[in-house]
Design a protein around this ligand. Structure first.
Ligand SMILES: Nc1ncnc2c1ncn2[C@@H]1O[C@H](COP(=O)(O)OP(=O)(O)OP(=O)(O)O)[C@@H](O)[C@H]1O
Ligand SMILES: [Mg+2]
Length: 262
């Protein structure tokens, strides 16, 4: 399909301050697919998200990342966003002095490119429509980005950005953390509403419950900075029931974190 993305991570290694955290991670995501990544704390999940977006703290030392054959690692952060990568962060930043709506409009226009900016009327109509879907008070449009937002409000706001930016690869890092039961469903509905062949999803979560609402095609387990096991939704169910020890036993892993040094 012409507009269906093909995202390929191959043998990715990344370090922070000379400590290697990603240790040869490979994953392919096609348009229309939802991949969930689960894994114990400190196994490199957020590092993967940051490295894919081009966070300057993480140095990629080996491997490749491509979107439709284009080298993502060569792109600056803004170019990655323009290419359609979107990350909802585990801990969204607060930016004082920039209103939520100004931020959103700039992001949309950056993504659309010069000469193709969204009209103000259309932007407002779209934003207000999506905010309504997400049961957000429109007051949030005029507040500074994430400033003083509650944990759940920040997560909803990330999903608002996702819905407006029409990304091609969506990375959600613990989008369910801090959400109340109703908000979890609202956020999941938002994700499901934009599921299509035109985009792929990488969803990092600790809990199978989110995956009841957003049905994944594939579930991967991350340990020691790489994917150690993959399966379907039944894998998440088994993890919920039994935890991670059986995988560690199966694979002979003693310490599942990225550990010290290599
Ligand atoms: N900026 C940093 N400085 C120092 N260490 C870091 C940094 N970023 C990540 N690390 C380390 O890398 C390891 C992996 O962290 P990461 O945040 O990727 O884990 P995670 O799998 O997302 O964990 P969690 O489930 O708790 O969110 C941790 O030991 C962490 O302390
Ligand atoms: Mg994390």
């Amino acid at each position: 399909m012409a507009n269906s993305p093909k995202f390929v991570i191959d043998g990715l290694r990344a370090s922070i301050e000379d400590k290697e955290i990603l240790k040869g991670l490979s994953l392919k995501i096609n348009g229309g697919e939802v991949h969930a990544i689960m894994g114990p704390n400190g196994t490199g999940k957020s590092t993967l998200a940051s490295a894919l977006m081009g966070h300057p703290k993480y140095e990629v030392t080996d491997g490749s990342v491509t979107l439709d054959g284009e080298d993502v690692l060569e792109m600056a952060v803004d170019e990655r966003a323009r290419a359609g990568l979107f990350l909802a962060m585990q801990y969204p930043s607060e930016i004082a002095g920039v209103t939520n709506s100004d931020f959103l409009r700039s992001a949309i226009n950056a993504r659309r490119g010069e000469g193709n900016e969204i009209s103000l009327i259309k932007f407002i109509r779209q934003m207000e429509g999506k905010m309504k879907d997400l049961e957000m008070n429109t007051e949030f449009a005029h507040r500074y980005l994430n400033e003083g937002f509650s944990g759940g409000e920040k997560k909803r706001n990330e999903i608002l950005q996702m819905m407006m930016l029409e990304p091609r690869l969506v990375i959600l890092d613990e989008i369910d953390s801090g959400l109340d039961i109703d908000a979890l469903r609202i956020v999941a509905d938002g994700v499901n509403a934009i599921r299509s062949e035109e985009r792929g999803f990488l969803i990092i979560t600790h809990y199978q419950r989110l995956l009841n609402y957003i049905k994944p095609d594939y579930v991967h387990v991350m340990m020691q900075g790489r994917i150690v096991k993959s399966g379907g939704p039944e894998l998440a169910e088994r993890l919920e029931a039994e935890g991670y020890d059986w995988i560690k036993e199966e694979l002979g892993i003693v310490d599942e974190t990225v550990g010290q040094g290599a």
